[in-house]
Ligand binder design. Structure first.
Ligand SMILES: Cc1ncc(COP(=O)(O)O)c(C=O)c1O
Length: 411
């Protein structure tokens, strides 16, 4: 979607409060161990919040790095003029190594195949590639196994000597940092210390060593090294209920998902609602139709449970969430009568205006808040507000070429 769309006419919108995002970055930076910088993780379109405006706001607030999963996400940041250091970590054979080298990206290397592809590309480009060696210290996902580390480090050092690569980073990722006290956390830290020491002894001089995600950034100063890679906390969401709520962690949720009520109607007692009739009205009542569905990322698993603020009260999804719409039972009485077509329905937001939070939806759907925000679909325009420092209303927030309250900016 292009062009400025007045928010009041939108079927639905995800309002992205860039002022809150900047506040979260500052709050996180204040908690870092001395000397540690902050990477804002903006993969998956900044967890659904819009990569470009979020990347810019995070850099404004003092993030020194950006992180993406795919090289394409990182190249899109460069194409938009972002010059800050960017690490991208999820590579598959045949990916655009040469473009990444020419764009000055840092590329994660977890195995010998990747080192071969990046050195070939560096030779072809006549440039030195910036690579970061990733170790699997226990997550069991991406990263080089400790047993294979000596071979990878030796080959990377040889490539450094040949001038094709520069090893700018040594890094890893936690499996259970959101479960404070879990024994895997110290075990992974121990392995990381060993693998870093091994590489440094072999001659690697990394600019950055890093292992901490949001949970570790918030709870484990010993894991901060030179950099933390924070994603979910930048968007104001607690990594897990075990760590506390956003407010308890000093964070403010950035995304508010709202829709305009599409239809209000009176129905008799016993009326079946939505596919499968999983809800029957217990009495004569008023139903409100909310024009958002699972195509927009509203989880079908939250059928019968998802909370929505409409007409001053939190209601539950009545019956099944469909592809494009769901229904709430507004009940009877003056607050139900006051709801008309066009009234706002807020699915989630920061939570301090009586609305539910993404964490509430995660609980209702049996998932994590990461998934709730990240899966909000492309049909829902992102409306970025408070785009520039000192502009409470978001006016003049035009650095992404989008303008004030631009729907779909940065997507
Ligand atoms: C490698 C890596 N680092 C950092 C992050 C950020 O994690 P979080 O959003 O929990 O801060 C992620 C996200 O999954 C990741 O895959």
């Amino acid at each position: 979607m292009t062009g400025t769309v007045p928010t009041s006419t939108l079927r639905a919108r995800a309002e992205i409060d860039l002022g809150a995002l900047r506040g979260n970055v500052r709050a996180l930076r204040a908690r870092l161990a001395p000397g540690a910088g902050l990477m804002a993780v903006v993969k998956s379109d900044a967890y659904g919040h819009g990569a470009l405006p979020c990347a810019r706001a995070a850099l404004d607030a003092g993030a020194s790095w950006l992180g993406t999963a795919t090289p394409h996400e990182a190249l899109a940041l460069r194409a938009a003029g972002i010059r800050a250091p960017v690490l991208c970590w999820l590579w598959t054979p045949g990916d655009p190594w040469r473009e990444a080298i020419e764009a000055g990206l840092d590329m994660s290397v977890s195995g010998m195949w990747a080192l071969r592809e990046v050195t070939d590309a560096a030779r072809a480009a006549g440039r030195t590639a910036r690579i970061q060696l990733k170790a699997d210290t226990g997550l069991g996902r991406n990263g080089c196994q400790p047993a294979d580390w000596p071979e990878l480090v030796a080959a990377a050092r040889a490539a450094e000597v040949a001038g094709t690569v520069r090893v700018t980073g040594l890094w890893s990722h936690f499996a259970r940092a959101d479960e404070p006290g879990d024994s895997s956390i110290t075990a992974q830290l121990d392995v990381f210390h060993e693998l870093v020491a091994y590489a440094e002894k072999a001659g690697v001089e990394p600019e950055v060593r890093h292992i901490a995600n949001s949970a570790a950034a918030l709870t484990l100063p010993d894991s901060h090294f030179d950099l933390v890679r924070t994603g979910i906390a930048v968007y104001g969401i607690s990594p897990s209920t075990e760590l506390g709520t956003s407010a308890e962690l000093g964070l403010r949720p950035v995304m508010t998902l709202a829709a305009s009520v599409a239809l209000v109607k009176r129905v008799p007692e016993g009326h079946g609602v939505s596919y499968g009739h999983r809800y029957h009205t217990p009495a004569e009542t008023t139903l409100g139709l909310i024009p958002l569905g699972y195509a927009d990322g509203v989880p079908r698993h939250a059928s019968g449970r998802g909370p929505v603020l409409v007409g001053g009260k939190v209601r539950r999804v009545a019956g099944r969430v469909a592809m494009d719409q769901f229904v709430v039972d507004l009940g009877t009485g003056p607050d139900a009568d006051a709801v008309q077509e066009g009234a706002p329905a807020v699915l989630f937001g920061p939570g301090d205006r009586g609305e539910p939070t993404a964490a509430d939806w995660a609980e209702a759907a049996g998932t994590i808040a990461y998934e709730i925000v990240t899966r909000i679909g492309p049909r829902v325009p992102r409306v970025h507000v408070n785009g520039q420092e000192g502009h409470e209303d978001g006016a003049a927030g035009d650095r992404d070429g989008a303008g004030h309250r631009e729907a779909g900016a940065g997507r």
